[in-house]
Design a protein around this ligand. Structure first.
Ligand SMILES: NC(=O)c1ccc[n+]([C@@H]2O[C@H](COP(=O)([O-])OP(=O)(O)OC[C@H]3O[C@@H](n4cnc5c(N)ncnc54)[C@H](O)[C@@H]3O)[C@@H](O)[C@H]2O)c1
Ligand SMILES: [Zn+2]
Length: 370
């Protein structure tokens, strides 16, 4: 991807935990100066994996060293398998051995896995040291690097162990997306589409209009979707930092999406693909419940398809789907809640009952057969 345009800044205002999200091509080469800019004076641990380290480690290190920092690089394995307590412990051991202390910083250089893991280790070390997110995937640039949810997986559940720990700064260099595998790029677009549907009809239309350029990673379009997505995520987080209510709108597409991920053993579909199917199917459920129009379902489905994302439900039996949906974290008071669209740009959170969802599922089958 070529470099483009000026710097964008999105402010996340959370009293003493406030921070900036800076979006700018080439920002990777400015990490050192940016850390100085927020008053980081101690040692720095750059946590990354071999894939990202090989691509961007050198540039990040050069910038940090040029700014006078003493840097330790901590490598974790590539992929979801790094998000464990074992790897958290390995990071904590290194930080202790390198004599890190309160004033030290952690820099998470990589996708959502590295960000979640590094942020969690930073939350635990001496009861919390500051960390800076340098996200390098679309998912991490528009979603996981913002909002302070950190954590790891447990054998009994994804993201079961974690902490809220806001980053001190988020540095987004969109040029890093140029090396992302196409499948990862497209999966990230699902979360971008989600922001349009939950909060901003104009943004949804923008994505519809410019999908071709987005698939070609046209720099100014990429900067726009990353910036707008961060603005929407930031505004939701600012209203509800700890997901007591408002932040739940971010789970649109995720009730069905998470169910599909767990049914596929987290291997068949990557997260964004499962969310894409989830959005289309939840929109269809909303239509069945009389909450939205068929036209909305059509737009949701068309946009998902235009991105090259899947939209059909790969589940044959209702009981299977319903069972998997029960594991969702949004189970409150024994009732399953779902974020459903009302209009493009507006969603509602409603309890959903087994009979109504079953009826919807059976109709789907009939439609598919006809
Ligand atoms: N904390 C949150 O609020 C939040 C939100 C959404 C997702 N998540 C978590 O994020 C994780 C998924 O994140 P992800 O989709 O970024 O996956 P990921 O971190 O596994 O990255 C995907 C793949 O791309 C590689 N990669 C990263 N940057 C690259 C680049 N610039 N060029 C080439 N390859 C690159 C990675 O090494 C990896 O193989 C999940 O664990 C999910 O639970 C957290
Ligand atoms: Zn998601």
């Amino acid at each position: 991807m070529q470099s483009s345009t000026a710097e964008q800044c999105v402010k996340v205002s959370l009293a003493e935990r406030s921070y900036d999200i800076v979006i700018k091509a080439g920002l990777l080469h400015e990490i050192g100066g940016r850390l100085r800019g927020i008053g980081c004076s101690g040692k720095v641990a750059v946590i990354t994996n071999p894939v990202v380290g090989r691509l961007y480690g050198k540039a990040a290190l050069r910038s940090l060293k040029a700014a006078g920092y003493q840097v330790a690089v901590i490598l974790v394995p590539d992929g979801e398998r790094a998000k464990t307590l074992r790897w958290t412990a390995a990071i904590l051991n290194r930080l202790a051995k390198e004599r890190f202390e309160r004033g030290s910083f952690v820099v998470a250089l990589g996708g959502g896995v590295v960000g979640d893991l590094a942020g969690f280790a930073a939350a635990l070390f001496v009861r919390g040291i500051p960390f800076v997110q340098v996200p390098t995937t679309l998912v991490s640039q528009v979603d996981s690097s913002v909002g302070g949810k950190t954590g790891v997986n447990h054998a009994l559940g994804k993201n079961l162990i974690g902490a809220f720990h806001q980053p001190r700064l988020v540095l987004i260099d969109p040029t890093t997306l140029g090396t992302l595998p196409t499948r990862e790029w497209v999966a990230g677009l699902a979360e971008v589409i989600k922001y349009g549907m939950i909060e901003d009809a104009e943004f949804f239309t923008y994505i519809e209009r410019h999908m071709k350029e987005l698939l070609a990673m046209e720099p100014s379009r990429v900067v726009h979707i990353v910036t707008r997505s961060c603005q929407i995520k930031a505004s939701v987080v600012m209203e509800d930092e700890r997901e007591s209510d408002r932040r739940r709108v971010l789970n649109y597409g995720h009730t069905v999406g998470h169910a599909l991920e767990s049914l596929g053993g987290y291997r068949k579909l990557i997260h964004g693909e499962a969310v894409a199917i989830g959005m289309v199917q939840e929109a269809s459920l909303a239509r069945h419940l009389g909450l939205c129009s068929q036209a909305l379902v059509g737009r949701q489905r068309s946009l998902v398809r235009a991105a090259g994302l899947p939209d059909t439900l790969p589940v044959a039996r209702f009981s299977e789907l319903w069972g998997a949906m029960q594991h969702d974290k949004k189970m409150a008071g024994g009732r399953l809640h779902c974020v459903l669209p009302v209009q493009v740009g507006r969603v509602t959170i409603v309890p959903i009952e087994r009979p109504a969802v079953k009826e919807w599922f059976s109709n789907l089958g009939r439609e598919a057969r006809s």
